[in-house]
Unconditional design. Sequence first.
Length: 229
Amino acid sequence: MQSNEVRKILSQNAWFASLPEYLADKLLEKGKLKVLHSQQILHQKHDSADGFYCVVSGRIRVSNFTVEGKELVLTWIQPGNWFGEISLLDGQPRTHDAHAEDITTLLKVPKSAFKQLLKEHQDWYQCITRLLCQRVRATFSLIDETGCLSLKGQLCRRLSLMYQGLEEQQNIKTMVLSISQDALAQLIHSSRQTVNKILQSLQAEKIIDLRYGKILVLNKRALEELGQI
């Protein structure tokens, strides 16, 4: 993949697009592409941090496991999104497992390069602080979502956020979400049967159309309203 292609994908992310040009150039200069096979692990919980990552293509699944071995999915990281800065800043181990959901290409900025940016560029502190603030806001939103919304509301909110992310990347109005019902059940910590029942009701309301392993959003506004807190 050419560097101009990588930059175009990264620039669709609001945080990267807001960086001073020289810092964006530095990240691209220091970063190296890394390809993971489907289901290949990037890092496990408690691993030491080795770099700052951005998804260029594919998806990264972030999760934890219960003592019984059940996987609890926190999120899927989509193209253009950065992750991994927290452990680089506080020196503590990784907080979750990270696997490639599909064949996934990452841009990896090594730990040494990340630390060098902190030493040499005051602007980098401000940019990383802004990214951390986004993480905190997203966490608060997740807490509100779990505590205040029904399972149907939680599912609609997750679908709406996924749609919004694809819309920002592709700039088109009709999009299909590629995600299985099992994966959605993991996201809202429910059963596949419950998720299927909710999706069938949304299809009956003509808000979505179900395909095999995919969901076509027909009414974006209705989906957003059902996912509001």
